[in-house]
Design a protein around this ligand. Structure first.
Ligand code: MG
Length: 383
């Protein structure tokens, strides 16, 4: 199937910040995806987590497996709607590159530390990773991705921050939309984590199956499964239920969005961008069920005392690392000290704080734990 006229097309891309010759055998968006896969930030996703600390269990989703699940779901939706699968995959694989160690707890802690210095926001950081922090190519800083990939990575942005992002920030000021590939990847992200958090939560017994039965989206499918396969082991019942929920949500998103797009009948991607509302959306009914499930997770899983304890530990680690480096920049590894010193004549703490935030945000969970131990752990006695 050819792409829909309103899909993001390689030929009409708004281009890269640094002009480059077209790739010989790949689309522009394939090249974006390939650069993301070869980045250091992408490899670090393996050792970063969203809700749970990496080493607490080998079966928890990591940010890497989460990103791959988002890409899988996103590509299915893109293909069914004749949208650009390559771009969707690129955005999905890059969407979490700017996350700190220790998931949301880490991001919140770093944001508090950075309050006086312009704040810290993982979406902006993902863009910063692909625009500046990856130092790999001879001709340009960052990965020099297309406008469309960068548009998808910058999911949210305050109006105040948007002014610093030129063309890319415009849509937040003018209240417009990104292309459909960006819209659908955003929903694929939510779809993926909602379902895998239920799955991980049940596996590690942080969620009570009986409590979850109050959530229609779960209980309807669960009863169907148990009715049809009464002898199935409970772990398989849960997996079969979760896969049915994912399927129901994906099908709903495809069918409902297809109708919404038909009604709006955009001629091209700029029509999509100028539309007041997103064109990728669930039906009202399914959206309400999803909200119910997310509310449940917030209450039962993200607020579970064991998760809270991990979050607390994470916060302490991030804060103490940030403070100790702000206090004495000579404790930083040489390559970061060098970055601090390039602009030290400003005599402003903003630059130093940003370099430290970049350093901390780039850490994996276990690297942060080790770095914390190196700086604050007990001194080993010589044997
Ligand atoms: Mg995500």
């Amino acid at each position: 199937m050819p792409y829909a006229p309103y899909a993001a097309l390689s030929e009409t891309s708004r281009g890269r910040r640094y002009a480059e010759p077209r790739p010989a055998y790949r689309s522009e968006f394939q090249r974006d995806r390939d650069r993301i896969i070869h980045s250091a930030a992408f490899r670090r996703l393996e050792y970063k987590t969203q809700v749970f600390i990496n080493h607490e269990g080998d079966l928890f989703r990591t940010r890497l497996t989460h990103s791959i699940e988002v890409a899988q779901i996103g590509r299915s939706i893109a293909r069914a709607l004749n949208l650009n699968e390559d771009l969707t995959e690129a955005i999905a694989l890059a969407h979490d590159l700017g996350h700190t160690p220790f998931g949301h707890a880490g991001q919140d802690a770093l944001n508090v530390c950075m309050k006086k210095f312009g704040g810290f926001e993982h979406n902006l950081q993902s863009l910063r990773v692909v625009d500046a922090l990856e130092e790999r190519y001879a001709d340009f800083p960052g990965l020099n991705l297309t406008f469309e990939a960068r548009e998808g990575i910058l999911k949210h942005c305050s109006v105040k921050n948007a002014r610093n992002y030129g063309e890319l920030g415009k849509r937040f000021i003018e209240k417009k939309q990104p292309g459909l590939e960006a819209q659908l990847t955003n929903l694929a992200d939510e779809l993926a984590y909602t379902n895998h958090d239920v799955d991980d939560g049940l596996r590690y017994e942080l969620i009570d199956l009986n409590a979850l039965m109050e959530i229609d989206l779960f209980s309807n499918h669960y009863h169907d499964v148990v009715g049809k396969y009464p002898d199935l082991a409970s772990r398989r019942c849960i997996h079969e239920t979760v896969r049915r929920i994912i399927n129901t949500m994906v099908v709903n998103l495809i069918e409902n969005s297809s109708n919404v797009i038909k009604k709006a009948s955009p001629a091209d991607i700029d029509d999509v961008r100028n539309h007041r509302e997103p064109l990728i959306a669930y039906s009202r009914e399914l959206y309400d069920s999803l909200l119910q499930m997310k509310h449940f997770l917030r209450q039962q899983l993200y607020a579970h005392y064991q998760v809270k304890r991990m979050s607390r530990k994470a916060k302490e680690i991030i804060q103490s690392l940030f403070n100790v480096f702000m206090d004495d920049k000579y404790l930083l590894p040489p390559q970061y000290l060098e970055k601090v010193n390039t602009r030290d004549q400003d005599n402003s703490d903003d630059h130093k704080a940003r370099v430290i935030a970049d350093y901390i945000a780039g850490m994996t969970d276990r690297y942060a734990l080790r770095e914390h131990h190196r700086l604050f752990g007990p001194v080993e006695m010589p044997s």
